[in-house]
Design a protein around this ligand. Structure first.
Ligand code: 6PG
Length: 252
């Protein structure tokens, strides 16, 4: 669509698929492709996983063949873009869900799994994790809430203006519990930022971000400076985008 910076050139792509299952398949395919490039270039690659429910189908695919064997997990370092400050066993733990969904099924060295420290005081956890994450991520996976938040960067929150720290503690969200989140400078340095967005309830914020460029929505500001930005959506989530945009995109 003319003038839509999110769609210009091959560094800004929108992929629309038919169903949540196709979304998971496309996400897993792209995950494997980006990891393969990352390890070819640097022997190791760093990925930040997203929390929430949308990525869980993709995570399940990563824990099964062919990705279980195809991805060189020993050369992948897994991090999180945000985490709820709870122990791993808590139902709200993004790490805990990823463990259940795929980490327990892949041959990844334990030292390659960098969970956000949810069990220490948030300030201390943020400081510690800020030192643990890489300068540049090969891939940051993100979701978007119905309010347009991404990671744990919520609309109107002072965290949106943080330009120095890489990980900070925040309050808010659903559940409204203390969280840790990466900040925009980390997202801006990434080589690839991939959004996975599914469902009719996300159609309004998708339109606000991708058509209206409403920068009040944090997801609209999650744009890599030089890296690739890809939005993978199912048809429901993309249903309020103009027809010409939907017809213009890659369909899988
Ligand atoms: C979190 C997530 C969050 C998530 C969105 C979308 O920890 O809550 O990182 O940013 O991506 O809230 O969540 P759903 O995928 O569950 O809709």
């Amino acid at each position: 669509m003319p003038g839509n910076t999110l769609l210009n050139g091959n560094m800004r792509k929108m992929i629309i698929v038919e169903t949540p299952e196709a979304l998971a398949a496309e996400g897993a395919r792209l995950f494997a492709e980006i990891v393969a490039c990352g390890v070819a270039a640097n022997t190791m690659c760093a990925v930040a996983l997203s929390g929430g429910s949308t990525p869980r189908k993709m995570h399940a695919l990563l824990g099964r063949e062919p990705y279980r064997s195809r991805i060189p997990w020993n050369r992948v370092h897994l991090f999180w873009g945000d985490e709820r400050c709870v122990p791993a066993g808590n139902q709200w733990s993004n790490y805990g869900r990823a463990r259940e969904d795929f980490l327990d099924y892949i041959a990844i060295p334990i030292e390659n799994i960098h969970a956000m420290p949810g069990e220490v005081p948030p300030e201390e956890g943020a400081l510690r994790y800020g030192k643990e994450i890489p300068e540049v991520f090969d891939l940051i996976l993100l979701g978007m809430g119905t309010d347009g938040h991404t990671a744990s960067l919520f609309p109107g929150h002072s965290a949106l203006e943080e330009r120095r720290k890489t990980v900070i503690p925040v309050e808010g969200g659903n559940p409204d519990i203390p969280r840790l989140t990466i900040t925009f400078p980390v997202i801006e340095r990434a080589r690839n930022v991939v959004f996975l967005v599914s469902g009719r309830e996300k159609a309004e914020p998708v339109k606000s971000v991708l058509k209206d460029h409403d920068l009040r929505l944090p997801a609209a500001r999650a744009v890599p400076s030089e890296g690739r930005l890809i939005w993978i959506m199912d048809r429901e989530a993309a249903s309020l985008l103009p027809e010409e945009v939907i017809n213009d995109q890659e369909h899988h």
